[in-house]
Structures are given as C-alpha cells and as structure tokens.
Design a protein around this ligand. Structure first.
Ligand SMILES: Nc1ncnc2c1ncn2[C@@H]1O[C@H](COP(=O)(O)OP(=O)(O)OP(=O)(O)O)[C@@H](O)[C@H]1O
Ligand SMILES: O=C(CO)[C@H](O)[C@H](O)COP(=O)(O)O
Length: 402
C-alpha cells in the first residue's frame, strides 16, 4: 500500500502540517507520521507510531506556578502505583514524568516564546500569545487516540525551547500547568479536570517558603514577581476554575482570629454534581449541611483544633457539594477516624486514604486538608479511570450484538 499524505495548515501559527500514514510491518498496527514545520522558530515536531486500540484517559490539572501541582501529581501517581520518572535516556531537563499507568506532561512545554522572546514582546508565560494552543490540542488529541507525539520541551533551566521528546500514549495522561482548560478544544478532550485555587495570602506564604528559603530570592523580588503576574493570572488562569470538575480551594484559617501567618489552612473541596463516573464525597449524610468538630476522644487536636463542614452549594451556576476542613492533624495515624465518617471515597479497602497519607507524610500539606483532599481526588480519579475503561470494554460488545 502506498503511503498517504495529507497537508493542511493552521492560520494562527503560519505553519504547515503533514500527516502521513503508511503501513507498518505489523499487520495489527498502523503507523502514522505527523510532521509539523514551524517556519518562525524552525522547530519541528513529528507525531509517530502506533495507533493501538487503547484509548487514553485525559486528566487536566490547572494552577498557577508554585501552587502545589507537582505535589499533587506525586500523590496521584502514587495511587496508581509505581514510581514516576522522567523519560529514560532523554533530556535531563525534561518536565515529563512517566510511571506504569500515567504520563504527566507539563503544559509549559507548549510555550511558543522562550524567555527572551517573552521579554522582547513584553508578555508573560501566562499570556495565551506566549503559548501554542493549536499544537497542544493536536498533540493531546493524538495521544488520546493512541498516537505517539514528539512534544516540545521548555527548558526551565535555560529558558530555551529544547529539541522535542517522544511521548507514547499512556493509559492515563495528565496535562498539568497554567492552561489545561483555557482552550475549548483542549477542554473538550478532558475526562476530568481539577483546579488548585490558592488564595493570594497562602500563595505568598508558600512562595516565600520555597523561593526565599530554598532558592535564595529576596522578599522584594518575590512580591514583585507575584504582582507582575497578577493581571494575567486574573485574566487567563483564574477563570478556568469555572470549568473544573473539582476545585481545591486553599484559604487562611478561620479558627484563629486575624491570622496572618498562613500556616493553618482552611481547605475546601468543591465537587461538581452530575459528572459522569464521579460521585462527590460526603460527610455523614449526602446532601445535608453538616458541621463537625471531631476533636475529643478519638482525634488529638492541639490549638486551634479542627473543624469540618459539608454542604450543597452552587459554584459558577453549577450544583456542587463542598467538603471543608479547617485546621491541622496532630497525629496522622488517627486520620482513620475522620476517614471512617466520609463516604463515596472510592477506596479499595478500609483505611486506604489514611494509608496513602501516612505513606507520604513528608509531602507538603500532609497534616491538613490540602494533602487529604489531594489524596481523595487521586482515589476518585482511579475510580473514574476504572469505570471509563470498563464502560469502553462493554460498549463495543453491545454494539456488536445490535
Ligand atoms: N499543601 C501545601 N502545604 C504547604 N506548602 C505547600 C503545599 N503545596 C505546595 N507547597 C509549597 O509550594 C511549593 C511548590 O509546590 P509544588 O512544587 O508542588 O508546586 P508547583 O505548582 O508544581 O510549582 P511549579 O509550577 O513552580 O513547579 C513547595 O515547595 C512548598 O513549599
Ligand atoms: O509559570 C510558569 C510555570 O508554570 C513559569 O513562569 C513559566 O513556565 C516560565 O518559566 P521561567 O520562569 O522558567 O522562564
């Protein structure tokens, strides 16, 4: 069979695409070559390899920089088992993490302008003009349908766009970064989406902790960087939360009057109702409004204690369930007491949430609602994945019967 080639172009990027399909040596698989020439930067991305029967489940995770995406990813990949590592033998500055079941790609890799380019044009990385949404869409779509891609790499060390890396379609693809829900076409590809909504006060406290304590930045430069990003954050990143299936909102505590330390947190897990394969977690009684202070005989709480809240609400005109935890745990092993009062956790055995939390006790947020809710969302995603796969397996069989 002769190779078939189709050529088409995208206006926005002034680029030409070649989609070439040719037979592989294996009869059960078809090989596709997908080549993209971008005249402006001379970058070239080939999309190749097998178009297998498998379909990839795609999860989107959006948040600003330094808001806990990597920590969440480590909790999520741990739920699926196996260590997540950068592609073997590849670029040491790759942003990709691969484990048995999951591949996490960082959307910074779709920056179309490098650090110098952004400076010259006076745009931030949060600005859509600094990102290639056409390529992001094409590549996520390809991976979702089982086609490997050569994805660009944005090098955070040099600020340059490096040579691309080959990404094979995984069972679960997580796209994490600034804009997973910004482009409608990419959004439509997501099977589940999460937004980490960190309030300004908390973001500032975390930035200081990391960039001042660990990276030697000055307080003034951290403040200046947050201020410089704010207008674009408000315009392009924050609005994405309206599309998320789950939002983890992190706020200062209400248990300490006028707290300005930002150490004790009030964390809200906002779960959209009516999302296929996702049933919101609840406390005691589904749909009721519950306020619960679990401190006492079975849960050790030092000042200022712990308070849970659960209630139905609306969020951007969507019906949601909100589970809230204010305060922090003194003893993680006692978390089982809280876990036993929560329902719809999608655990595989009694105490799995507590076990996961204990396993990663050294991760940031393990003693409060950030770690607890990230772990719960990880388990819900595993459940969603299993239901989706089971459903896909039965649909063709039923179609064949008809
Ligand atoms: N739940 C948390 N509680 C306390 N601090 C946290 C929490 N999550 C993250 N942090 C702080 O924020 C820093 C950044 O976290 P992380 O690397 O997970 O974020 P990120 O969104 O992946 O950042 P970047 O996009 O810059 O790589 C951590 O080093 C830690 O100091
Ligand atoms: O928002 C960011 C990551 O989410 C970064 O600011 C963006 O990717 C630009 O990177 P760098 O600061 O290394 O130039």
């Amino acid at each position: 069979m002769a190779a078939v080639s189709t050529i088409y172009s995208t206006q926005a990027l002034n680029s030409t695409h070649f989609l070439t399909s040719s037979p592989s040596s294996s009869t059960s698989k078809q090989v596709f070559f997908y080549r993209r020439h971008q005249s402006q930067t001379n970058r070239r991305f080939n999309t190749i390899i097998t178009c297998a029967a498998q379909q990839t489940v795609v999860i989107g995770l959006a948040a600003d920089s330094g808001c806990g995406k990597s920590t969440f990813m480590r909790r999520l990949t741990s739920v699926f088992g196996g260590a997540a590592e950068p592609p073997k033998g590849g670029n040491p500055d790759s942003n990709t993490l691969i484990s048995d079941m999951t591949t996490v790609i960082c959307l910074d890799d779709y920056h179309s302008l490098d650090r110098t380019g952004r400076k010259e044009k006076g745009v931030t990385a949060l600005d859509p003009r600094a990102n290639d949404f056409d390529l992001m869409y094409e590549q996520v779509k390809a991976l979702k349908s089982g086609i490997a891609v050569e994805k660009p790499i944005y090098n955070h060390v040099t600020g340059l766009l490096d040579a691309p890396e080959l990404i094979q379609p995984p069972k679960i693809l997580v796209i994490e970064g600034l804009h997973p829900m910004f482009d409608e076409r990419v959004r439509e590809l997501l099977d589940f989406s999460i937004y980490l909504d960190i309030s300004n006060e908390v973001k500032f406290a975390w930035k200081i902790q990391r960039d001042m304590a660990e990276r030697g930045h000055s307080l003034e430069s951290i403040k200046a960087s947050i201020e410089a990003r704010k207008p674009d954050f408000d315009a392009f990143i924050d609005p994405q939360k309206q599309y998320a299936d789950a939002v983890i909102e992190v706020l200062p505590t209400q248990l300490i009057p006028d707290d300005n330390e930002g150490k004790v947190l009030r964390v809200r897990l906002i779960m959209k109702e009516g999302v296929k394969y996702f049933s919101p977690v609840y406390l005691f009684d589904e749909g009721s409004t519950i306020s619960w202070i679990p401190c006492g005989r079975k849960l050790t709480c030092s000042y200022p204690g712990i308070k849970f809240n659960y209630e139905p609400d609306t969020y951007f005109d969507h019906e949601v369930s909100v589970l809230e935890m204010d305060g922090q745990f003194d003893r993680l092993d006692e978390l089982i007491y809280v876990e036993s009062h929560l329902s719809n956790l999608s655990t595989k055995f009694y105490g799995e949430v507590t076990q996961q939390m204990l396993k990663h006790a050294d991760f940031p947020g393990s003693n409060n609602g950030t770690g607890l809710f990230q772990t719960i969302v990880g388990l819900k995603i595993r459940d969603l994945y299993e239901q989706l796969i089971a459903n896909r397996a039965t649909v063709p069989a039923e179609a064949a019967k008809a």
